[in-house]
Design a protein around this ligand. Sequence first.
Ligand code: DAH
Length: 388
Amino acid sequence: MTVDQKVRQTLAELGVTESAGVVALFAEVCETMERERRELVNRVAADKAERDRACKELRDRWLARKNGLLSLVDERWLKKAPRELKPVVGQHFNALRKASEQLEVGVLAREMKCRVAASAGAVLEARSPIVAGTTVLSGVSPDLTLPSIRRPLGSMHPVTRVLREIEEIFIALGFRIETGPEIETVEYNFDALNIPETHPSRDDWDTLYVDEKTVLRTHTSPVQIRAMRKYGAPLYVIAPGKVYRHDKPDSSHATMFHQVEGLAVDRDITFADLKGTLDYFAKRFFGEKVRTSFHPSFFPFTEPSGEVAISCTLCDGRGCRVCKESGWLEVMGCGMVHPEVLRQGGIEPEEFTGWAFGMGVERYAMMKYGIDDIQLFFQNDVRFLKQF
Ligand code: DAH
């Protein structure tokens, strides 16, 4: 009679009337269970689905609540045991139940996985003394099927990404990248740029002063002076970097943000060169369909000065919420370098002319990715950053 048949009968039906018979019966069940378990884990199925299926099958055969072999033992042998045999049946049943924990799917699967790994390890061991050494050292076979420790890959910050894009466009046009200090002198930040003593931007409501002669630069324009003094003319540079303003943070203002400054100085440089370059830049950055428009403006360091607008990237110039129904988005300030600024840079304005521009990088990133709050760039919320 097989174990499967035996567990479907009561002890009385099996003719077991004393402890020795009970012990023998349980030993047989235990042995069968262990044999089946061993057969399964030795079957080394490399395919996970196949492994899972086999584990579940064995587990259900023994542990299923309904008609699992253990349930049958419980019902037929234990519950129906004559009173004098109850203690010994109970005791052995408990031991059997304990042993049957080895049949839980998780335990089986783990064991099988180790076997697969060990067999793979054995192949490696034969080939590589290093792996063999590791195996011996750690005392356990390496589980080559376990997922490796994966360091999550970060991504570039959207501001950095946009900065790089802007830089690449200008580098391809022959501009070089120049940087300057973020803690800047009043001379470079204001004086040399022809910004008069009385100019409101000098106010400490707008500018963060370190001391009387030093500020956190409010724009990247001082790099114009630094570059001119360093290289002379002809000169084609862009200056990306952080700038600081004494502003109350809101959805469009931040105390720190990024600008890219541009400066071209050469013989016979005209406003037409400026327009052509910035139009080309806008089309490369925002797409071929974009149109540019130049409006007169005022900056102390350029004369004439202009404001550049592009046709709204969202509505294509038809007018929408983003462009406040105007069809245009202002994207930078620009102009012909003021002769006084060239002179401050050590360049002779009779011989050379030049143009300059300055743009806010966060604003570009906001337009490009449809972001409506500048603060998102600085909060470093991974849910936001992950999208880039
Ligand atoms: N520095 C200006 C600002 O921060 C931007 C700017 C305007 C830069 C015109 C320039 C320029 O080089 O020509 O608002």
